[in-house]
Ligand binder design. Structure first.
Ligand code: NAG
Ligand code: NAG
Ligand code: NAG
Ligand code: NAG
Ligand code: NAG
Ligand code: NAG
Length: 871
């Protein structure tokens, strides 16, 4: 063993040891890492592939500005010209339009079968008879009300002309002078008015229709030379008085087509309330139907057909009071010019939130299982027992996972940007960085918190992945639905966002929305200034996530200290108040009255055990450092469960062990040896009694004790993927060995347990045989020269040769340290131990050196055999 007179390892030494171990561990895990990183790559590639297909579809001629061949000079050579006049409605959207066409302003006229007629659900008798439906000649109706009926009648009566006045030399003027309407539905834009592209659909609204009031006119389409014949059909316009605006409301409500299953459909052109209008005051409110939607098309709003209904009322007002020559002409409507556009659908922005939620959440089970693995395998406590403090553990584990997550996210964003996903390229990278950074921090803290609950890797993994996919799906199909519903209370959305998965989803959703509109409109995605946008939830989730990160981290640490199923003795829930309590534990206590009282019981014990007890009490009164271990009346009682009585695992153990002594504990299974050791190494809390290791109380100063302690647990606690040498290097570093001393100590240690030759030291521990693992565990417990070593049945499962080997190691090791060793083999105990204790039923039956004990009790062996009675 190397000499190590250094003190306990510093914070940074421990951190360094853990970091190196983790990196080696990660190196071994390279395959899993590649799989992990491939997942986003595959998803991104999939997106790009689908995007490519969509783009190909969108780039088809039927989606691009229409072109045609024009033979200008009749020589059969044609010139290709493109433009809106050669386009279909679908194609027109992408054409460059330098000077948009003028269209006559139209009214929205209900289709003949929906026009208002007399029905039994309305009491009005002034509506036309239903029989007109069969001939398609139903009049179109406006209804009106106001404070002054005669004024209303005159205004409404002035709205429609009595005949169609055609001026073929000026067609636009003609249209402006008449009242035209259409039952078609408008497009998003007014570049092309669908009404002029289907023959059936332009109406001229007149007060009376005659047989010859249907005209055919030739109109230039979109201001070009191409003319189109247009049938303008007459429709009679009715105007009907209603007593109040609430009656109008009622009539409109009852006649609504959508959601009206009983065929009670009564649609009108528009409704007017002239309110308090008079000669000096024109005050009108207009009902219009903005829900006309083309369900087969893109569902545009019909607002473009509204200005004409306003103009009708204003014009009627002017004419009523100022006479017929006064006119307010509404000649045409015209869009603003636009450059050529390409139809683009950014799939990554639409599917992004769902896919990317999966990609990012995927890290959660990875971190979680890795934490739970160390807990399940008791590796955390093993590291702790060899001196790894909570501080370095947390710091290194946290930064380590943060590092891994950051690399993962970096790969993800860089890859997504390189293949050109708009989701990444359009949004400002600094916002993305802040968002991802806060989120992965939150996610890691959350994994730490959740890890405190789980103790099984498989359960943790299953729950983790269910969470990943569940969150994505819930986000995509439920949460997003709420987000898009403007009427959904914002407060509830914030409440939902308290669940980190949803705040992640929200953030990705916002990115995708900005990328999508940015791509569609040819502008930027999200910029910092957009954080102030009313609908942008990015700011609120950044705040939520940041606060949550701190809170979760705090609770994770707290829970780790209090629940601590993997990190040793639980602390009291108020452990952090400890500093305020009086410091009284570090000095040896005076024997209490209670111990005096228990003398009665003591008297009945075996004399050597009593002697030991008295020695302990003596030592407690006169502090000295000659003894490495002092146990005073240590007890462990497990509370009775399901009606069983309490179980006394250890009943009052007193023991004093000087340096340089090896104490052997012999006894049958279940005698309480392991319970005793578990108390001494801080795995379980004693029910009562005291124990001091190197003068430090095991109840309060376990951390100090760990720096000088080595443990070889009954079951080997090893990382499957680390080699023997790496194990020893790690624990050696924890014990503050450095540089040459470290390598030397590791070499010696490997040699001493016979793991040096034949490359065994560099094989992964998972491939070791049982005996090799055992020897490695012993080597671990001895590395770094601990002053106190516990070995729980170190030689079980070893062949005689390795056992001898091990014995010589232990023998050499016990020179300047105290060793407590449990065993079943008297031979081993005799060989190794200076003193022996026989441990039966929770207490020591006798203590002495092997020779004494043999002399006292030797010569007889009890041979117990159980057979059935007839043998
Ligand atoms: C109603 O309007 C008519 C026509 O403008 C007007 O002559 C009459 O005085 C108005 N009635 C009232 C009560 O204002
Ligand atoms: C027809 O329109 C032209 C040009 O605007 C105008 O000069 C002419 O007077 C109009 N004719 C009638 C009958 O309104
Ligand atoms: C809706 O749009 C589609 C395609 O754009 C068209 O074929 C259909 O006639 C329109 N329907 C109405 C009622 O305008
Ligand atoms: C409207 O008011 C007039 C006069 O007050 C009344 O005769 C008529 O019945 C009312 N119409 C309805 C539908 O209530
Ligand atoms: C228009 O009518 C509304 C509703 O009756 C009224 O509140 C408002 O004062 C009127 N405006 C004028 C200018 O009379
Ligand atoms: C308004 O338009 C919708 C079509 O989107 C139609 O179903 C409904 O009947 C119309 N309502 C009225 C009162 O005209």
């Amino acid at each position: 063993m190397a000499d190590s007179s250094q003190g306990p390892a510093s914070f940074w030494t421990q951190a360094n040891a853990l970091l190196r171990k983790n990196l080696t561990f990660q190196k071994r895990n390279i395959k899993a890492n590649i799989r992990l990183i491939l997942f986003p790559f595959v998803l991104c590639l999939l997106l790009v592939l689908i995007q490519g297909l969509i783009n190909r579809e969108l780039d088809k001629p039927s989606n691009r500005c229409g072109c045609t061949c024009i033979d200008n000079n009749g020589d059969g050579q044609c010139e290709r010209v493109c433009g809106i006049q050669y386009s279909t409605l679908d194609q027109a959207n992408s054409c460059p339009i330098t000077s948009p066409p003028e269209w006559p302003p139209l009214l929205q006229i209900p289709a003949p079968q929906y026009r208002a007629v007399r029905t039994d659900f309305l009491s009005y008798t002034d509506l036309p008879n239903e029989s007109c439906k069969s001939t398609g000649s139903c009049p179109a109706t406006i209804i009106f009300t106001g404070n002054n009926q005669s004024l209303g009648e005159s205004l409404a009566g002035n709205m429609f002309t009595s005949s169609f006045t055609l001026n073929s030399s000026n067609i636009m003027y003609t249209f402006a002078n008449n009242v035209l309407g259409s039952e078609t539905q408008t497009e998003y834009t007014n570049f092309l008015d669908p009404a002029f592209f289907s023959n059936r659909s332009v109406y001229n609204v007149q007060t009376q229709c005659t047989l010859n009031s249907t005209f055919s006119v030739s109109i230039p389409i979109a201001g070009s030379a191409v003319e189109q014949d247009l049938d303008v059909r007459c429709v009679q316009g009715l105007h009907l008085w209603r007593n109040s605006s609430s009656e109008i409301n009622d009539e409109l409500y009852k006649g609504f087509r959508k959601g009206n299953s009983e065929g009670k459909i009564n649609e009108i052109i528009a409704a007017y309330d002239f309110l308090n209008s008079n000669r000096n005051n024109f005050n009108v409110s207009i009902w219009y139907n903005s829900t006309y939607k083309n369900d087969t098309g893109n569902g545009p709003l019909a607002l473009m057909r509204i200005p004409r209904s306003v103009n009708l009322a204003s014009n009627a007002f002017l004419q009523s009071f100022l006479g017929a020559p006064t006119q307010m002409l509404f000649e045409f409507v015209k869009e603003m010019p636009k450059p050529e556009t390409q139809l683009r659908l950014d799939l990554s922005s639409l599917l992004g939130p769902l896919f990317f939620t999966w990609v990012i959440l995927q890290l959660f089970p990875v971190v979680l299982t890795s934490l739970v693995y160390e807990k399940q395998q008791n590796l955390r406590i093993m590291m702790k027992m060899h001196g790894l403090g909570d501080g370095p553990y947390w710091m290194i584990s946290y930064t380590y996972f943060l590092f891994i997550s950051s690399i993962y996210m970096l790969c993800f964003v860089v890859f997504g940007s390189v293949i050109g996903l708009k989701f990444f390229t359009l949004n400002e990278y600094s916002i993305q960085f802040v968002f991802y950074f806060i989120y992965i921090n939150l996610q890691i803290s959350l994994a730490f918190l959740v890890a405190a609950i789980f103790s099984n890797v498989k359960t943790a993994a299953v729950i983790g992945y269910i969470m990943v996919f569940g969150t994505g799906l819930l986000g995509g199909f439920l949460f997003q639905f709420f987000l898009q519903d403007a009427s959904f209370p914002r407060g509830w959305i914030i409440v939902m966002e308290l669940y980190p998965g949803f705040s992640l989803y929200r953030g990705l959703y916002e990115f995708s929305q900005y990328a999508f509109t940015g791509n569609f409109m040819g502008t930027d995605g999200m910029r910092w200034k957009n954080l102030n946008d009313g609908k942008n939830g990015m700011r609120e989730i950044l705040i939520i996530m940041f606060v949550e990160w701190l809170v979760v981290l705090f609770f994770a640490y707290y829970l780790d200290q209090v629940v601590a199923s993997g990190s040793g003795v639980r602390r009291s829930p108020l452990f952090f108040l400890k500093k305020f309590q009086k410091k009284s534990m570090s000095s040896f206590r005076k024997p209490s009255l209670q111990t005096q009282g228990s003398k009665v019981f003591v008297e009945m014990e075996k004399s050597d055990v009593v002697q030991e007890r008295e020695k302990v009490e003596q030592l407690l009164l006169e502090p000295s450092t000659s003894h490495a271990i002092i146990c005073d009346n240590l007890k462990k009682v497990y509370p009775g469960m399901d009606g069983n009585p309490e179980k006394f695992a250890v009943r009052g153990m007193s023991l004093a062990l000087p340096h340089g002594e090896c104490f052997g504990m012999l006894g049958p299974n279940g005698a309480g040896k392991t319970s005793f050791i578990n108390m001494m190494i801080g795995l379980v809390k004693p029910t009562s009694g005291m124990a001091y290791v190197q003068g430090l109380d095991i109840q309060t100063h376990m951390d100090g004790i760990y720096a000088n302690m080595g443990v070889c647990p009954q079951h080997d606690l090893l990382w499957e993927t680390l080699t023997g040498r790496e194990h020893l290097l790690f624990y050696g570093r924890l014990k503050n060995l450095k540089g040459v001393a470290l390598t030397q100590a590791v070499e010696e240690s490997l040699k001493s347990v016979n793991l040096f030759h034949g490359g065994v030291a560099d094989k992964q521990a998972g491939k070791y045989s049982g005996g090799m693992k055992r020897r490695l565990s012993v080597a671990i417990s001895l590395i770094g020269d601990p002053k106190v070593v516990y070995m729980d049945e170190p030689s079980t499962g070893l062949d005689p040769a390795s056992r001898n080997n091990l014995w010589s190691v232990v023998k050499r090791a016990k020179q300047n340290r105290a060793i407590i060793l449990t065993t079943h083999s008297m031979e081993e105990a005799e060989h190794l131990c200076d003193r022996l204790g026989i441990f039966v039923d929770g207490s020591l039956q006798c203590i002495g050196n092997p020779k004494e004990l043999k002399a006292r009790y030797g010569g007889t062996y009890v041979f117990t055999m159980t057979t059935s009675s007839n043998h």
